[in-house]
Design a binder for this molecule. Structure first.
Ligand SMILES: NC(=O)c1ccc[n+]([C@@H]2O[C@H](COP(=O)([O-])OP(=O)(O)OC[C@H]3O[C@@H](n4cnc5c(N)ncnc54)[C@H](O)[C@@H]3O)[C@@H](O)[C@H]2O)c1
Ligand SMILES: [Zn+2]
Ligand SMILES: [Zn+2]
Length: 374
């Protein structure tokens, strides 16, 4: 069939919305009509080249929600008409990590930046016959897309897909960065660095975990205001501008948990965030940096790590399994304990995708969301 998709032909580059050719779903795959997809900074990292794609051209997008339209052979547990969210890590169900409830580390996650399907071939092609890769084994910036059944999570139909899509990356990643990776406890003082689509949900996760003080650090005034509406107890322009208050609140010790989720993580910011953590506290590194960044953290040597007994915790997908976390987060929303609607601060048509990313870089949105019917 023919469909329309936002294709990246070169990095750095812009998204080109064009007609493409999409094959039928193969063994274990499904055809999905996309309804909505959020714009996450990780997609921008592909367009800027911070996170190099192994195959160009490529269609990115991973915070997607849609409706199953066709089943390939061998698909089980899904039917035409089902509502699904996309998972940028597939769930094979067989590997060590899937077996022990760490599906976000499924061994098949090693394949997500290669661009092809699990069997090594491509389903999407340019109109002149070149293979188009898909990021995260997904590529939700397309009106229709073919996914492996391992890459989707079936959900109930009561929550509009335009809202539910946020759970597919930003909400799970941010919330879990606080609840799992930071293991925030009642009474904790938590610093969230960068309150965009991920960080604002780290604020929500810290609130749900009972943190006493949730400090948001972000240079954008509107982000600081939004953070307060989502549960932050105060907000400041930067890590350094937050330190006086954190010292005051913690008897000079530092934050129990610092969650790092700005758009681009630099080594300088890593070093600064590490200094903000108290003895035996945790620095959660969720944000992504440039692949080209040197592998050093200024100010961090063995003594600086060993003696204060601090923990640096990397976090992929909020350290939560998508098939467990996404339905759980939707339940929290139904119970009124998680805000989703107000996370969407602008909607775009697929044709407006470059505007959506520009607005993200300029700090105008918590989340911009593409509505395919728009
Ligand atoms: N680990 C994972 O599984 C995972 C998943 C999704 C996204 N990410 C990464 O998380 C990061 C955040 O993504 P997002 O979609 O929320 O981005 P975003 O652009 O929506 O938000 C980033 C925020 O950081 C703020 N910021 C920029 N520089 C800052 C600084 N020096 N100090 C404090 N705040 C600063 C911006 O003003 C903005 O509000 C990105 O690097 C993204 O790639 C990681
Ligand atoms: Zn994302
Ligand atoms: Zn697995």
């Amino acid at each position: 069939m023919r469909t329309r998709a936002a294709v990246l032909h070169e990095a750095p580059g812009k998204w080109s919305v064009e007609e493409v050719v999409l094959d039928k779903p193969q063994e274990g795959e499904i055809l999905v009509e996309m309804v909505a997809t959020g714009l996450c900074h990780s997609d921008d990292h592909i367009a800027t080249g911070d996170m190099p794609a192994a195959h160009l051209p490529i269609v990115a997008g991973h915070e997607g929600a849609g409706i199953v339209k066709e089943l390939g052979p061998g698909v089980t547990g899904l039917e035409v008409g089902d509502h699904v969210l996309t998972s940028f890590i597939p769930a094979c169900g067989q590997c060590r990590w899937c077996a022990c409830g760490m599906q976000n580390l499924c061994d098949r996650g090693a394949l997500i930046m290669l661009g092809h399907q699990l069997d090594g071939t491509f389903r999407m092609h340019t109109s002149d016959g070149r293979d188009i890769g898909t990021a995260g084994l997904l590529g939700t910036f397309a009106e229709f897309q073919v996914f492996d059944q391992q890459s989707v999570v079936k959900i109930e139909k009561d929550i509009p897909l335009e809202i539910a899509c946020l759970v597919a990356c930003g909400v799970q990643t941010g919330f879990g960065s606080a609840s799992e990776a930071g293991a925030v406890k009642p009474g904790d003082t938590v610093l969230v660095v960068g309150v965009g689509g991920i960080g604002i949900n780290a604020v929500q996760g810290a609130r749900a975990a009972g943190a006493a003080h949730i400090i948001a650090a972000d240079p954008v005034a509107q982000k600081k205001q939004w953070a307060l509406e989502f549960g932050a107890t105060e907000s400041h322009d930067s890590v350094s501008a937050s330190m006086e208050r954190i010292r005051h609140l913690t008897n000079g010790q530092g934050a129990d948990v610092v969650i790092l989720c700005p758009g681009v993580v630099t080594n300088d910011l890593l070093g600064e965030a590490y200094q903000a953590v108290r003895k035996a506290g945790t620095l959660v590194v969720t944000g992504i940096g440039r692949e080209s960044e040197e592998a050093i953290i200024p100010g961090l040597n063995a003594n600086a790590l060993a003696l204060p007994q601090k923990r640096i915790q990397g976090a992929l997908y909020g350290m939560k399994s998508p098939r467990e976390a996404m339905p759980m987060l939707l339940d929290l929303y139904r119970a009124g304990k998680l805000l989703l609607d107000d996370l969407v601060t602008a909607t775009y048509s697929l044709d407006q995708i470059n505007q959506g990313f520009e607005d993200m870089r300029n700090g105008r949105n918590i989340r911009g969301v593409i509505h395919f019917a728009q």
